[in-house]
Design a protein around this ligand. Structure first.
Ligand code: SF4
Length: 226
């Protein structure tokens, strides 16, 4: 199958996965506020979405000015269930201050977002995609795994998340229409179906186009023939 056709099928499958099975209940998926999405991403680092959701609900009503005005120890107390709470509290206040100082424009620029403490390409892309519909990939370890299995794309870098070429591959996957739904579908699909251990290949909607699945089927066929 041609690469473009395979990418198209993959895009549609991820969007359909979102529509039919996506975690629509996650609170940061119900907003297009760039500040709230950035807040969620800061909370989601090194923790689960279930843990982050409760803390998000308690902090989402606060504006950046109100976050800056909070006593840092009290803010760290609210963040405690997520771990690294003192670092998180300090960074969150620094980020909120930068949002205020820029009049909010920092939230629209990739370079400005990535200059914020603790914010890398993944968070910048996630904010710009979910808030403004920019077709930017949410390339984390999950997407890296799925890209490797479906397309055979891989990185020889020690830290694949910093591989410029892999980011270019990921960029080629995000459709111009419905990029949010694509990214959300991808994340949920990777978490529930194309899991790191024991992927659910038999019930996978894209097994017909998956390189990993085809290779496994070939091995099984050879084993049966022996
Ligand atoms: Fe992942 Fe298996 Fe689906 Fe391939 S067929 S994408 S390995 S779950």
């Amino acid at each position: 199958m041609q690469r473009a056709a395979k990418i198209h099928l993959f895009q549609r499958a991820m969007i359909t996965y979102w529509q039919q099975n996506g975690r629509h209940e996650l609170p940061w998926r119900k907003t297009t506020s760039a500040w709230n999405i950035l807040l969620a991403e800061v909370l989601l680092r090194k923790t689960t979405s279930a843990q982050a959701a409760a803390v998000y609900e308690s902090l989402a009503p606060y504006s950046p000015a109100e976050i800056v005005g909070m006593d840092q120890a009290a803010l760290a107390g609210l963040l405690q269930p997520l771990g690294i709470h003192q670092v998180r509290a300090k960074q969150l206040q620094q980020i909120a201050q930068a949002v205020i100082d820029s009049g909010g424009t920092v939230l629209e620029s990739d370079a400005a977002l990535r200059a914020l403490p603790g914010v890398g390409r993944y968070i910048s892309n996630s904010v710009r995609c979910c808030a403004f519909g920019v077709p930017a990939p949410a390339m984390d370890t999950n997407l890296i795994r799925v890209m490797n299995r479906v397309f055979g794309w891989t990185s020889h870098r020690k830290r694949p998340r910093e591989d410029r070429k892999l980011w270019q591959c990921a960029e080629a996957l995000v459709p111009d229409d419905m990029p949010r739904e694509f990214n959300w579908g991808m994340l949920d699909f990777a978490a529930a179906i194309c899991t790191q251990r024991k992927p659910k290949c038999e019930q996978c909607p894209i097994n017909e186009i998956c390189t990993y699945y085809a290779a496994n089927r070939q091995v099984q066929a050879l084993e049966m023939a022996e």
